[in-house]
Design a protein around this ligand. Structure first.
Ligand code: SF4
Length: 738
């Protein structure tokens, strides 16, 4: 058989690295970084080279499974959908569509079908019970962006390739490869800041690999990022360092903001944050005086009690120092598939969860509330669940309670590549596709990239005969649950969905195809059926598109297909005020909903811990949330699911270097190997997330040999009340030798 080389974009994390895949037929021989990729230039992490192993993994599902007498057995697609129709149909008929919840896991945003087709399924099903991984991760950013800029997806990213001062909080891109700021090779890009005379400052309760490589690392107490950021803003006002520059005429609420931060002096918050008052002032002055600067806060900052407050202040700092929307500051990417957004403003809380009354954001409800929505009796109880590419039993809070709730459901369907700790509860599991057997264009992360790029990869290998594409599985699920029947014609359905997309584009005055004949556009679109056809439409009507003939050298799926190393669309460009979607057309610096939460933050200054530890999470470059733990080359070697604790704390409570510790919270207790380290702040302990592969009924043979412990068993399910995001960092725990 011939050996071939093809180029693909890695879909595993947000970095979107280009891969060079050498293969013989469907056997991958080698994967390395694509040196000609316009964005990643050959960079690759250990995970990217294992896509062949994932494709070959014997535990990866290739056929549907049905649960019979408590055990999963292989089934035909026909039998699987027949069971879904016969069991879920009556639940919907009797209790309505909201009785069926849908959980969308993180891998969905790394897949074209997973990004485009769940929304079709949700519309067909008609449920408002939508729970997502975004609510254990990034919802604070969506809320603050929505309220400040008018759209929850209008998220500025640090222009790291041009900045001269980068302040990072709760982010460890040396391990995560970046998040809500897409950039392959963060280590190289951060080093480049220093090489050109700039400065990188990391604020984190751990001296992470990123912090160790920075010019300056500042320890901070977990959960106190918002207090610290309020104090930095306070200094800007107190020392008259506020200078929004070009955006001065486009900001609203400056006086209200000054009032909101007035009490948060560096001295007031110093004890609560652990950051000395003078150091806070120095950072504020450095930010204000830097030639260009960007403040960037990520998961440790967002998954905390005051995550939305912190996210708000990150962008306030970028505005007040004149760094929002300018080269070297924090800028708004413009992806090739981006469609013009209407200036409608942003609303949250259009509906709430039944039990605790937590507000929806972007139509999504917090997964921390999913278990109680299933367990609490009464009208509106969730009785059935569909999970798509998710493992919430490991990756979301109060795991034990959720595990119990799933066991008591009337019916559960999962679309997944494994029988994991969550899908083991499913009555039917429909297999998802291996990443090498589906096309890829990063719909989510091109919108967050630090450089405008477009990179499309067709599927490298075909699906096995008789296996439907993921989009067909999701569409068929929608047809089955919407009463159109499991045998509905999927091509007709997909044409209908696509026809509606075309109809909205031709009706949109801001679209380059406004007023054109929808049928002409429909017929002129390439990509066959499914997500690639949608991509062609999105790219051709996007900011660099050919507009279906309006621009001769514009982008199209055809052009992307002819560019295996991607297309570089240039550095980020200033986009304000045009891109703002607030009804006022201004940047709202002091939205009422955020200002209303300030007293709660202020009250937190007084908190005392009474000797308890604060728990934080951590990442490792070989791990990817709860997935990829079944790939031997990624999990072998030294135990990585350990409790990190400082030397001084270990000695104080009598922990031995090779010992084990019992960690307990109000929610549960775990016993875990100890790792004593001077890289963690005294009073803080750290556990990685995504582990705990020791539950009966899952079928991941490699993962179960190195199960680790599930840190989410220690979480009570508490949330940031503004965004509904889970509080995963700063949980108070007790630690004793086990
Ligand atoms: S950094 Fe992310 S995108 Fe790049 S190779 Fe690793 S997993 Fe893939």
């Amino acid at each position: 058989m011939t050996v071939s080389i093809d180029y693909r974009t890695c879909p595993l994390c947000e970095a979107t690295c280009g891969l060079e895949v050498t293969h013989e037929g469907e056997k991958v021989l080698r994967i390395r970084g694509d040196r000609d990729d316009v964005f990643s230039r050959g960079y690759i992490c250990p995970k990217g080279s294992t896509l062949g192993k994932l494709d070959e993994d014997p535990d990866r599902l290739r056929t549907p499974l049905i649960k019979r007498d408590g055990a999963h057995v292989p089934a035909s697609w026909e039998d699987a959908f027949e069971l879904i129709e016969s069991r879920l149909g009556p639940v919907i008929a009797e209790h309505g569509p909201n009785a069926v919840a849908v959980y969308l896991g993180n891998p969905n945003v790394h897949s074209m079908s997973g990004t485009l087709y769940p929304r079709v399924l949700l519309k067909m099903l008609g449920t408002k019970s939508i729970f997502t991984a975004a609510t254990v991760d990034q919802m604070p950013k969506h809320v603050s962006s929505g309220l400040m800029f008018g759209h929850p997806d209008l998220i500025p990213v640090p222009d790291i390739d041009r900045t001269s001062y980068l302040l990072m909080l709760g982010a460890n891109p040396y391990e995560s490869n970046g998040s809500l700021a897409t950039a392959p090779d963060w280590p190289g890009r951060l080093q480049a800041i220093r090489d050109r005379g700039g400065r990188v400052v990391v604020v984190d309760p751990r001296r992470t690999r990123t912090a160790a490589a920075a010019d300056e690392h500042v320890f901070i107490r977990p959960g106190a990022d918002a207090l610290f950021l309020f104090a930095v803003v306070n200094v800007l006002f107190a020392e008259k360092l506020v200078g929004p520059g070009r955006l001065s005429d486009h900001i609203d609420g400056l006086d209200a903001l000054a009032t909101a931060v007035d009490s948060f002096t560096p001295d007031l918050v110093a004890a609560a944050t652990g950051v000395g008052a003078e150091r806070t002032r120095e950072i504020a002055r450095a930010l204000a005086r830097a030639e260009s600067a960007a403040v960037y806060g990520r998961i440790g900052t967002h998954t905390a009690e005051f995550g939305t407050m912190a996210s708000w202040m990150v962008d306030v700092l970028n505005v007040l120092t004149g760094n929002l929307d300018r080269p070297g500051g924090a800028m708004f990417p413009e992806a090739a598939h981006e469609q013009t957004r209407e200036r409608r403003g942003f609303r949250l809380g259009r509906w709430q969860t039944r039990v605790s009354g937590i507000a929806e954001v972007r139509g999504e409800l917090p997964v921390s509330a999913l278990a109680e929505e299933m367990l609490e009796p009464g009208d509106g109880r969730i009785r059935a669940l569909i999970t798509i590419a998710g493992n919430p039993v490991l990756s979301t809070p109060a795991s034990d309670r959720l595990d119990t709730a799933l066991a008591g459901l009337d019916f559960m369907v999962s679309v997944d590549i494994y029988v994991n700790e969550t899908t083991r509860h499913a009555d039917v599991i429909l297999p998802g596709a291996s990443p090498l057997r589906r096309p890829h264009y990063d719909l989510a992360f091109n919108q967050l990239a630090v450089r405008n790029v477009a990179n499309y990869s067709p599927a490298l290998f075909p699906l096995p005969d008789g296996t439907p594409d993921e989009w067909q599985v999701l569409l068929r699920l929608g047809a089955t649950l919407s009463g159109q029947g499991r045998d509905a014609d999927l091509d007709t359905l997909d044409d209908g969905v696509f026809g509606m997309m075309v109809g909205s584009a031709t009706a949109n005055p801001a679209s380059p195809i406004h007023g054109r004949d929808p049928q002409e556009i429909f017929n002129a679109t390439n990509g066959g059926r499914g997500p690639e056809r949608m991509l062609d439409l999105l790219v051709r009507t996007g900011p660099y598109g050919d507009g279906y003939g309006a621009r001769t050298d514009g982008l199209s799926l055809q052009l992307l297909s002819e560019s295996p190393h991607g297309i570089d669309l240039g550095p980020l460009r200033p986009r304000l005020p045009d891109a703002l979607c607030t009804p006022s057309g201004m940047i709202e610096l002091a939205p009422d909903r955020l200002v209303a939460d300030v007293p709660r933050l202020l009250a937190s200054v007084e908190r005392v811990l009474n000797g308890r530890f604060l728990l934080i999470g951590r990442r490792h470059v070989r791990s990817n949330n709860s997935w990829m733990h079944n790939i031997d080359v990624l999990v072998k070697g030294k135990e990585r699911c350990t409790l990190q604790i400082s030397t001084v704390d270990a000695e104080r409570i009598g922990l031995e270097p090779d010992g084990r510790a019992k960690v307990s919270s109000e929610a549960g207790a775990l016993v875990v190997p100890v790792e004593i380290s001077d890289d963690i702040m005294p009073g803080v302990v750290s556990l990685p997330h995504g582990w705990g592969h020791d539950l009966d009924g899952s079928a991941m043979s490699v993962a179960s040999e190195r199960p680790g412990v599930n840190t989410n068993r220690l979480s009570t399910g508490a949330m940031d009340p503004v965004s509904g995001n889970a509080i995963l960092n700063g949980i108070a725990v007790d630690v004793v030798p086990a």
